[in-house]
Structures are given as C-alpha cells and as structure tokens.
Design a protein around this ligand. Structure first.
Ligand code: MN
Length: 199
C-alpha cells in the first residue's frame, strides 16, 4: 500500500503533510470520524495508535445499535494533524471531495488480559481486535473493532457498538446528527465556503 504522503500532491491539496511526531507522556489519545463525500460517501474512522491515525473507511458510518455490524475497510495511516482537517480536496486529487469532522474526542483501550490489566491499543491493533471507549460528542461508550481473519471479507474489519448504557438502537446518529462537530456546517456549506475562499 502506498503511504499517505506518496498518494498526495501537496502543491494541490490543503491536507496536512505527514511529519514525524512524538506524543507527550500522559496526553490523552484522540479519535476522529471524518465524513468524506468522495466518489462514494463514506466515514473515515481514525484512532490514535502508535503516534499515527490508524484508519478505516466505513461506507455506512458507525451505528449506536449493538445488533449492527458495520464494514470497516483499512486505509493508509494518516498523520495526527489530519484530525483537524475539514475542507475540500480538489477534484482529480486522491480522495477528491469534501471532508467534514463528523465526530472527535478522546479514546482509551478497554481490552483486558486474564489478570484484568489493560491491553494497549498498539497490541490490540496488531492482534486485530480492538475494544475502545470513545469520548466523542456524538459517539460515547464501548465499541469493538475486529479484523476478519478468513472468508471472502478477510482483511476487512467490523465496527460494533457494545451493549452498554450508551447503546441506542433507535438513535441513528449518521442521519439525525449529520453536521460537523467543530463548525456546525453541512457538507454543502463546507464546500461552498471553501470555494468562496479560493475565488
Ligand atoms: Mn476517505
């Protein structure tokens, strides 16, 4: 798989360039979900793991219904700075289309070993089974992200809400809370405002 920087022409896109970055000890980890109106509308789910944003493309977006499994297709690591990117990637460039910060917040691993100790997100990612608590504005509580190890969908992952106090089968935040959590804008407003800036 080509890396993030290799896929992009930074003279054309305003997306941030990948630069090496080390996190300070004790600083909270983050997640971001970017709604991305590219050739197909999808939701990019990114978790801070190993000083980078491990990334999955979720065609239908996340669900708060614990009986629903959502396909999550792994994509290239994105730089930490990408978590604050909201704007328009020019048509013809990789991922051309509008990007909205649909949700963001902090995360913590909630996966435990037999002795009850927390297993790191790094180790969980490597094993293909992540249990994470999201502290977002739209999404909160426990989610599982699990790699499929066999069958036709091998290599893809599934995102599932755990059946906890924050689970809600009727909420459907993808359709009922469709705007940016940082700017309050719709995809259309982001697109319009960004193109006005250019002209
Ligand atoms: Mn995308």
């Amino acid at each position: 798989m080509k890396t993030y920087n290799e896929k992009r022409d930074f003279s054309k896109t305003k997306e941030p360039k990948e630069v090496p970055l080390k996190k300070k000890n004790g600083e909270e980890r983050i997640f971001v979900i970017q709604k991305h109106d590219a050739s197909n509308l999808h939701y990019d789910f990114r978790l801070e793991i190993d000083n980078t944003l491990k990334s999955w493309s979720i065609p239908k977006g996340p669900s708060t219904d614990p009986s629903v499994k959502r396909m999550a297709i792994p994509t290239e690591d994105h730089p930490m700075a990408y978590a604050s990117f909201e704007g328009v990637i020019p048509q013809g460039e990789y991922g051309g289309g509008t990007v909205m910060i649909w949700d963001t917040g902090t995360i913590e691993s909630n996966k435990h070993d037999e002795d009850g100790n927390i297993i790191s997100l790094e180790e969980s990612f490597k094993s293909g089974s992540i249990e994470v608590i999201l502290h977002g504005k739209k999404l909160t509580g426990n989610f599982n992200l699990v790699e499929m190890k066999g069958g036709k969908m091998k290599g893809n992952w599934l995102l599932m809400k755990q059946d906890d106090a924050e689970a809600d089968a009727r909420r459907n935040p993808v359709s009922t809370q469709s705007k940016s959590v940082v700017s309050g804008r719709t995809l259309k407003q982001i697109e319009q405002e960004e193109s006005e800036k250019e002209n």
